[in-house]
Design a protein around this ligand. Structure first.
Ligand SMILES: NC(=O)c1ccc[n+]([C@@H]2O[C@H](COP(=O)([O-])OP(=O)(O)OC[C@H]3O[C@@H](n4cnc5c(N)ncnc54)[C@H](OP(=O)(O)O)[C@@H]3O)[C@@H](O)[C@H]2O)c1
Length: 328
């Protein structure tokens, strides 16, 4: 059984078992705001925000690159307009350590200050290195993160798209600076079970690192609304298996959901991630999506059905490092 919540190591910040990803908020090229998705508006986002917090999904993940800062700006305006819900919101954002940022300490401190300015916050709960793409050492990145922490700008620090080896190296470097590595945000879902079978999740447990699952419903593919006959729009290149393979996974999700009183494919897919001790951060564009995703909380799949889902899951084939360039 998963716990009721997680505490970010070394802080008093508590996060729920389910979060919300906000890449789509303000993003045009992948998620179609102001483009192919006319239903994705400031109003639909406000409703997603409200429904998520009201259902207990109070952890929001953004990044400086999402919509070129627009996702952070939108969250900033939601926080400012809604102080009651803002009081329970826990915000995480990310630094993109592009190879040309050779003065990584200066670049990271400038980035976190710009993010805080867009968010309208004095500090963020969690600040993450977006991917292992810096030309500087983990030691240099760790020193930069520690400087942001010492300046009171970030409460805890994490990474994203790190392998077990990279994570161990960053964890050791942070410990030399008196800090803990708290999270590693990775692609993990029934369409990308690789991190479990490769030992990455076990390495997280060994190091006391909480894994966060991005694209946990396969960029919409595990919701059941897409199929081989109706593939998802936009350039959603995570989890992009042939839809015929995805359809078989969704069929298993439906069979299992029926056994739990009509849980939807998304809810079963998210519940499976939670059962693995991983915190999923599904994107939600509107109230119905946020409410449906929050329905992954408060119940558990039994061991037999977990095994059925393990058997139906796809490993995922691509390496993450090559892909960070294409994605926020
Ligand atoms: N660190 C990284 O490198 C990285 C990479 C990717 C993502 N992320 C983070 O992880 C978050 C989640 O990943 P993601 O957005 O790529 O994929 P996802 O959460 O698997 O899928 C989100 C999309 O699925 C659809 N959807 C969501 N809930 C639904 C529901 N209940 N019913 C029907 N459709 C639903 C929506 O798109 P449509 O309605 O248009 O189908 C939504 O935008 C991101 O927002 C971001 O914060 C991080």
């Amino acid at each position: 059984m998963p716990p009721d919540s997680y505490t970010l190591a070394g802080t008093d910040v508590s996060v729920p078992l389910l979060g919300v990803g906000t890449w789509a908020w303000g993003d045009r090229s992948t998620w179609g705001m102001g483009g192919y998705d006319a239903g994705l508006t400031r109003e639909s986002i406000r409703e997603a925000w409200e429904a998520s917090i009201d259902a207990g999904a109070t952890f929001f993940d953004t990044a400086e690159v999402y919509g070129k800062g627009e996702s952070e700006r939108i969250i900033g305006s939601l926080l400012a307009a809604d102080p009651v819900r803002a009081a329970s919101a826990v915000i995480a954002t990310k630094f993109m350590p592009s190879p040309w940022k050779l003065n990584v300490r200066g670049a990271l401190l400038a980035s976190v200050r710009a993010s805080l300015d867009r968010l309208g916050l004095p500090s963020v709960a969690l600040y993450q290195i977006h991917g292992p793409i810096s030309l500087r050492s983990q030691g240099a990145l760790a020193e930069a993160l520690a400087a942001a922490h010492q300046a009171g700008l970030v409460k805890a620090v994490g990474v994203s798209n790190y392998s077990a080896r990279e994570m161990r190296s960053m964890s050791a470097a942070l410990r030399r600076n008196g800090m803990e590595l708290v999270t590693n945000q990775i692609e993990f879902s029934l369409l990308r079970r690789g991190p479990e079978t490769s030992g990455l999740l076990a390495a997280c447990r060994d190091l006391g690192v909480l894994p966060l699952a991005y694209s946990p419903i396969g960029q919409g593919r595990l919701t059941g609304k897409y199929s081989a006959a109706n593939p998802p729009p936009g350039k959603r290149t995570f989890s992009d298996h042939p839809m015929a393979l995805v359809d078989a996974v969704v069929a298993e999700l439906r069979r299992i959901g029926d056994r739990y009183g009509g849980k939807t494919p998304s809810q079963v897919a998210l519940n499976w991630v939670i059962a693995k001790g991983v915190l999923p951060i599904p994107g939600a564009k509107n109230r119905p999506q946020a409410e449906e995703n929050a329905g992954a909380l408060g119940w558990s799949i039994d061991d037999e059905d977990l095994a059925r889902l393990d058997a139906a899951a796809l490993a995922g084939t691509r390496t993450l490092q090559g892909r960070i360039w294409q994605h926020g």
